[in-house]
Design a protein around this ligand. Structure first.
Ligand SMILES: *Cc1c(COP(=O)(O)O)cnc(C)c1O
Length: 353
């Protein structure tokens, strides 16, 4: 008897996460234009913000992206062979115990503490350095960076990271820029980098030699210079059952939805275990053949219910396009666009087009 084989389940009704790589590349090009003379990299940590790091890298590399950022060394290993010319930097730097593995992987650390610098220096290998200019998160203090600690490192890029780009007028933006500009005059590096997606939007002073956009590539947040970013991720869920519910009956956990009219309900295979937020209960929507179908009742772990009364042809086995417009789902669910993307679960069939 044949052993159970996952490939035999390839056509199982499981939700699809559709990644529009044309949109991804279009967004990257928007950041290339806004980055001017600076090189434009891409943050693909957290599995490419939930969309699949390797496929995101492949699409961006074929568009010309050469500088990739991840958080962990395990994320480097998961990328597999790198496309020609692509370089990877690891934002968490390197722990002493990781150095043997790091030396076998095609990436350089972004060293963030004095201990990391001391541990990496004897390898003689290239590295980046992160300096903290006021966020008080990861990085050397400016005093440490100026202390001579970096002497003898094969320094590729000196980085800092902005805390408040979502509020362009926040005074910390200008303060961090001033601090990093002063450091760049005193620490010689082939290249300097300060801007994430929001930093690129702050204007030319923030660009230096390299930019590190993340969320914007995936269609989140504001586009630089008011250019609209294109949605990249969409969700399609298979309908497992269609049922007719009489007026006055309720649907789902805690009976939060009560039908006011005879209602046709589609039960679809998608839930909060897939990262579709429970906070979208009673607020999200789907569409079938262009007809909007409100999400009704609670989002369960593995199931969600839609009012398909206005799409009467909808049947078991059909698919419903589930709205995943980041800004509106974020507003409805109280989660950020970053959380929505990175929370996309492991059960999807991820499809790239
Ligand atoms: C995550 C990250 C980025 C990308 O930030 P976005 O806001 O997603 O553009 C850039 N730089 C560093 C250091 C990061 O940690």
């Amino acid at each position: 008897m044949a052993s159970p084989n996952l490939s035999m389940l390839a056509h199982s009704p499981t939700a699809r996460l559709i990644v529009d790589t044309t949109a991804l590349v279009a967004n990257w090009r928007t950041f290339v234009v806004a980055s001017g003379a600076a090189e434009t990299g891409a943050a693909i940590k957290a599995d490419g913000y939930g969309l699949g790091a390797r496929d995101v890298m492949t699409a961006l590399a074929s568009a010309g992206c050469r500088e990739i950022f991840v958080a962990h060394w395990a994320e480097v290993a998961a990328l597999g062979p790198l496309p020609a010319g692509v370089r990877v930097a690891v934002l968490h730097g390197v722990a002493p115990a990781e150095i043997p593995a790091a030396l076998t992987l095609p990436a350089r650390p972004v060293l963030a503490t004095a201990a990391q610098v001391a541990a990496w220096k004897p390898t003689g290998r290239p590295c980046d350095v992160m300096v903290d200019t006021g966020m008080n998160r990861l990085g050397l203090s400016p005093a440490e960076a100026l202390s001579g600690l970096l002497d003898g490192l094969d320094l590729d890029t000196l980085h800092s990271h902005l805390a408040c780009t979502e509020t362009p007028t926040h005074p910390l933006n200008a303060a961090q820029l001033a601090s990093f500009t002063a450091l760049s005059a005193r620490i010689t590096a082939p290249r300097y980098a300060l801007a994430n997606s929001g930093g690129v939007c702050l204007g030319p002073d923030y660009l230096f030699g390299l930019t590190r956009p993340g969320i914007g590539l995936y269609g989140g947040g504001e586009g630089p210079g008011g250019v609209a970013l294109v949605p990249v991720a969409s969700i399609s869920a298979p309908i497992l059952q269609v049922r007719d519910v009489p007026a006055g009956a309720s649907v789902g956990y805690a009976a939060t939805f009560t039908a006011r009219r005879p209602t046709r309900v589609a039960v679809a295979a998608l839930g909060y275990a897939d990262g579709y937020p429970r906070g979208a209960s009673g607020r999200g929507h789907g569409s079938i053949g262009g007809i909007t179908c409100p999400l009704i009742g609670r989002v369960s772990m593995d199931l969600v219910t839609f009012d398909v009364t206005d799409a009467p042809d909808c049947a078991e086995g059909d698919w419903i396009e589930v709205d995943f417009h980041l800004a509106s789902i974020a507003a409805a669910s109280g989660r950020t666009e970053y959380e929505l993307l990175t929370g996309l679960g492991a059960r999807y069939a991820r499809m790239y087009r």
